[in-house]
Design a protein around this ligand. Structure first.
Ligand SMILES: Cc1cc2nc3c(=O)[nH]c(=O)nc-3n(C[C@H](O)[C@H](O)[C@H](O)COP(=O)(O)OP(=O)(O)OC[C@H]3O[C@@H](n4cnc5c(N)ncnc54)[C@H](O)[C@@H]3O)c2cc1C
Length: 373
């Protein structure tokens, strides 16, 4: 049986769901084809940090993109909650970055300086003030506080986007078996799945770390690779931490349900998401070093997931050069939750309305196009 859509989204993770939601809001007839349950990595387990300022390495287009996306959350959360009935537990509590060395403090002061030059809110807290906010944090020489950063339950956010999309008429298909792209010269006219043929005017690839496999089928080469991350969840200690804290090579996030999430690792391990002993040791050492009071807490969960990584750490958002109607929204690496709010409306505006926000200009897939030799 044939079905026709304005837009076909391949991949139902946080990015695919956001693109579907914003496109449906514009009145498009949208289909999402997904492998496995809706939600992707965001539902498995992520930190849910919306740390546009705290996690920024330098000023530049990626920083501006993160800030723009962060600013969209409050409004989008209200909209999604109202439509879906799912509360994603968005908490604009700020994010803290602690240091135990003078070198680390100097780096933080430098980050504060270039952000303050851009009139952004950030303040330095001396150790006594840090202790007041995070009694569970061990020895440190102070922390930078980024009050406009936030936290969200990434699983609930993605499920909320999916449910809100459904309410707007989006259809989801869980396609466990392989599917075949239908091509006509410079167009992808749809996909053939086991059961049906789905025709579409426009197609968006949003399969996260698995996007290279989808691109292979279309004979497009883009340097995108899975970067594994592992997280450990501890039974909580009430009121030990008031919000997310980065320190040294890790971070800790108190969840609404009282549990504590400790992260994370960055590993090139292909598509294997199984948790490893090495990562458990690394995260346990981090927790023992930075939060000695947590030593006796039970580990209640331990998971691995995949980030879609690109060589420059920036996402891929835009049309794929060999095709007139094929787009990509992937490569969001360690910030896919943060960037989901911007990506959804950016892609919908661009694909359906022909208006590409200039903020996305640095993230076109073209930048990785192989030059003919
Ligand atoms: C440990 C960890 C912690 C993280 N913490 C944060 C954080 O604090 N803040 C933040 O902003 N980001 C964080 N991230 C990054 C974030 O999770 C990712 O950037 C985000 O999930 C990418 O979203 P996506 O929709 O592109 O990919 P995914 O979430 O991976 O979704 C892609 C979906 O496509 C599906 N798929 C695959 N192949 C196919 C196919 N052939 N056909 C159809 N569907 C297919 C997959 O099953 C999957 O459901 C973290 C990631 C990890 C691993």
């Amino acid at each position: 049986m044939n079905h026709s859509y304005d837009l076909l989204v391949v991949g139902g993770g946080v990015i695919g769901c956001s693109v579907a939601f914003h496109s449906a809001k514009k009145g498009a007839k949208v289909m999402v084809v997904q492998k496995g349950p809706i939600g992707g990595e965001a539902v498995a387990l992520t930190a849910g940090l919306l740390a546009a300022q705290a996690d920024a390495d330098e000023p530049g287009p990626l920083f501006d993109l993160g800030r723009a996306s962060a600013a969209l959350f409050a409004g989008q959360v209200d909209e999604v909650r109202e439509l879906s009935g799912i509360d994603p537990e968005y908490e604009p509590c700020g994010v803290w970055v602690a240091s135990s060395t003078q070198k680390g403090k100097d780096r933080l002061l430098d980050k504060m300086r270039w952000q303050q030059e851009r009139s952004l809110a950030v303040e330095w807290l001396e150790p006594a003030a840090v202790k007041d906010v995070h009694p569970g944090l061990g020895e440190n020489i102070g922390a930078a506080y980024f009050p406009t950063d936030a936290h969200i339950d990434s699983g609930l956010w993605t499920l909320g986007l999916a449910e809100a999309s459904r309410r707007k008429g989006v259809r989801f298909l869980d396609q466990a078996s392989s599917m075949e792209f239908l091509r006509e010269r410079r167009r992808v006219s749809g996909v053939r799945t086991g059961e049906e043929t789905l025709l579409a005017d426009q197609v968006v690839l949003a399969a996260g770390a698995w996007t290279p496999r989808v691109l292979d089928a279309l004979r497009i080469s883009i340097p995108l690779e899975p970067v594994k991350g592992q997280l450990m969840v501890l039974a909580g200690v009430p009121r030990a931490f008031r919000g997310p804290v980065y320190a040294g090579a890790g971070y800790l996030i108190p969840r609404f349900d009282g549990r504590l999430v400790v992260g994370t690792t960055y590993e090139r391990a292909g598509y294997d998401t199984r948790p490893t002993l090495d990562a458990q040791r690394f995260l346990a050492d981090w927790a023992a070093r930075w939060c000695p009071g947590l030593r006796d807490l039970p580990v209640v969960d331990f998971q691995g997931g995949l980030r879609p990584g690109t060589p420059d750490g920036g996402p891929l958002m835009g049309r794929l050069w060999d095709y007139d109607n094929l787009f990509i929204a992937s490569g969001h690496y360690k910030s896919g939750i943060l960037l989901s709010a911007f990506t959804g409306h950016y892609m919908a505006d661009g694909i359906l309305g022909g208006r590409w926000d200039p903020l996305g200009a640095s993230f076109l897939p073209e930048r990785f196009r192989e030059k003919p030799s």
